[in-house]
Design a protein around this ligand. Structure first.
Ligand SMILES: O=C(O)CCC(=O)C(=O)O
Length: 193
């Protein structure tokens, strides 16, 4: 696979190796009809927010819509209760927070970053379920010249990233020049009590 081609996987694939399971892509983790229903419900129900951030001393809009919920939130919107249980069972981790991202079109993105770990339970993974249109994620080592891995996040897939990998690798979703439909990610994390 060249560095520019994106991986389209039919089987689980290990992208990065480390002592905590590394970064793994699990295609077809959620059946297509359920993934479509979760997409429709999440798009309608979760109260998407537009956030601002400072860039070069100017306030700019974060290029995607976001929201976040605790598993214990009263009135957890559909489909998040169901998704929490499915992803806890799939990955075997006690996820208690979910961050949602809505990429409205190819102009929306997330810059390369690693997740903040200060509020997370050490050793517990992060799981990202993709819904809607596919988007390409780029993963690269923070150190050394290592190649960038491109993985196509297809609807119903789950990308599992170890806690340890947040110290060694960055991930991001670049903008696309071509037209693409909306994509939603559900990013499950284990917050310390
Ligand atoms: O939307 C994605 O697949 C990635 C989201 C992400 O990187 C994050 O929430 O930190």
């Amino acid at each position: 696979m060249s560095a520019q081609q994106a991986l389209f996987a039919a089987e689980p694939v290990a992208l990065v190796h480390d002592r905590e399971g590394g970064i793994r892509y699990l295609p077809d983790s959620i059946p297509p009809a359920i993934a479509q229903r979760w997409f429709d419900e999440a798009q309608r129900n979760v109260g998407w927010l537009s956030q601002q951030r400072m860039m070069y001393e100017r306030e700019v809009a974060v290029p995607r819509l976001l929201t976040t919920f605790a598993r214990e939130s009263a009135g957890l919107p559909a489909p998040l209760g169901e998704a929490f249980e499915a992803v806890r069972a799939l990955v075997g981790a006690p996820f208690n927070r979910v961050g949602l991202n809505l990429y409205r079109d190819g102009g929306d993105s997330v810059a390369p970053h690693s997740d903040k770990t200060d509020k997370l339970i050490p050793g517990q993974p992060i799981a990202i379920v993709s819904l809607g249109a596919s988007r390409r994620m780029s993963i690269r080592s923070k150190t050394g010249p290592g190649r960038t891995i491109h993985v196509e996040l297809e609807p119903g897939s789950c990308l599992v990233m170890s806690y340890a990998s947040q110290f060694t690798h960055e991930h991001g979703i670049p903008k696309l020049a071509e037209a693409v439909g909306p994509h939603i990610s559900l990013a499950f994390r284990c917050f310390a009590p």
